[in-house]
Ligand binder design. Structure first.
Ligand code: NAI
Ligand code: MG
Length: 392
């Protein structure tokens, strides 16, 4: 039997993860779940939100199902550290970023597929006095480890960095700016990682029958980094006849998002652009309650909803948050380990519940979150899960 590392984390991560496991079990997926410590509690108690024992578990079992974590600003992080750890040089790092870096989880997949009947779906005017609901089915492949979020940045850059940059003619316009008045964030991409993300995207398109892959970058301005993306995309596309390669600029793509989102299949972008475009598409299909994701490396893969720990709702009893994003993330895990049939079954059950429209969490009713939502007719988290299990 397969072992899955269960990483509930903080806040509503602790609420939605057990719901996903209930659905997995109801779908007939048998596994051992081992608990991995991660999140704010471990920062406070141990000065490390991602303890080594958790890394070890993932290294051994390869597959993680992750809820969400809480990150707080620098000052809070220092203040909430347990007294005996204070002033010992502990620095807070986000454990999910830590996981992505430690295991080189460089391929981030974010499917954004509209469920028919979801009241949160994007609609547009049809020009005949009515409305139409485009069938959005886009999957964003975001490079997860490099680019603009690679973390190579400085305020007041050291002299060697400054000197190196001065070799570029465009630095002339900063000649009068003192280093202490200068901040630099880099956007470094590598051929290896770029090839990997495109290969993964094309493989996915082939496996799931998508007809096009779109590089969503800005090569007219970011001539080097976006330029490399486009060039590699064209090379790799040749290996996949039958799948069209399109390219769009990130800014124009954000505009087309609401004009013709149904035209796009698989999209590929660097870290920051992928972050932006995936949130954009997620907004068309129900937002955070529906946004699932996978972080995939060579060895280890971690599946998680896009949302965070939603601290406002963590102590609500009964819970009101939508478990679907977490359950869909568990489906991505099933796809990854070759259990496609069970994943399809669960997605169908979710689709049935949404289309029937009898059971809706507060977000699907466009209600304000809070304990009143239940009186106003919203389903609890558990009730939504029950409805999905019933359809199974
Ligand atoms: P968030 O995603 O936790 O919540 C934003 C809002 O979205 C919530 O207040 C709620 O209205 C709604 N929401 C989120 N999940 C929902 C669900 N399943 N069903 C219905 N509504 C839902 O983002 P926020 O408030 O910016 O951050 C809260 C904490 O989460 C912070 O500490 C942040 O650092 C952390 N975070 C962690 C992430 C992760 O674990 N990967 C990702 C994003 C934020
Ligand atoms: Mg984001």
């Amino acid at each position: 039997m397969r072992t899955i590392v269960s990483l509930p984390g903080d806040g509503i991560g602790k609420v939605v993860l057990p719901e996903a496991i209930r659905v997995l079990e109801a779908a007939g997926f048998k596994a051992n779940y081992v608990h991995g410590d991660i999140g704010w509690e471990f920062w406070c108690k141990e000065g490390n939100a991602l303890p080594d024992r958790t890394i070890k578990l993932l290294k051994e079992h390869k597959i993680g199902l992750f809820g969400a974590i809480t990150s707080k600003p620098k000052d809070d992080a220092v203040n909430e550290l347990s007294p005996e750890l204070k002033d010992k040089g502990y620095v807070y790092f986000s454990p999910i970023v830590g996981l992505r870096q430690h295991f080189n989880l460089d391929i981030c997949i974010r499917p954004c597929k509209a469920f028919k009947g979801n009241p949160l779906n994007f609609i547009r005017k049809d020009g005949k006095g009515g409305y139409e609901e485009p069938a959005v089915d886009a999957v964003v492949f975001r490079q997860n480890t490099e680019g603009m979020y690679g973390g190579i940045e400085w305020t007041n850059p050291p002299k060697v960095v400054r000197d190196a940059l001065e070799t570029h003619p465009k630095m002339k316009k900063f000649a009068d700016v003192k280093s202490e008045d200068m901040a630099i964030s880099t956007r470094i991409v590598s051929r290896q990682a770029t090839e990997r993300i495109f290969r993964a995207a094309f493989d996915y398109a082939k496996k799931f029958g998508y007809k096009n892959v779109t590089v969503c970058e800005k090569p007219n301005v970011l001539r080097e980094t976006s330029g490399m993306y486009l060039k590699i995309a064209r090379q790799i596309a040749k290996e996949y006849p039958g799948i069209d390669l399109w390219d769009t600029n990130i800014d124009a793509q954000m505009m087309w998002l609401t004009k013709n989102p149904e035209d796009y299949g698989v999209l590929v972008a660097e870290n920051m652009f992928g972050d932006i475009i995936s949130d954009g598409f997620a907004g068309l299909v129900g937002g955070l309650g529906f946004a699932c994701s996978a972080n995939i490396g060579d060895e280890v893969a971690v599946f998680e909803p896009t949302h965070g720990s939603a601290p406002k709702y963590e102590n609500l009893n009964p819970s009101i948050v939508n478990p679907i994003a977490m359950i869909l993330s568990a489906c991505m895990m099933l796809d990854h380990i070759g259990e496609n049939e069970k994943a399809t079954k669960i997605r169908k059950a979710i689709a049935d519940v949404v289309e029937e429209g009898k059971v809706k969490t507060y977000d699907m009713m466009k209600l304000r979150g809070g304990s009143k939502a239940i009186e106003q007719g919203a389903a609890t988290t558990q009730k939504m899960t029950d409805a999905i299990i019933e359809k199974l």
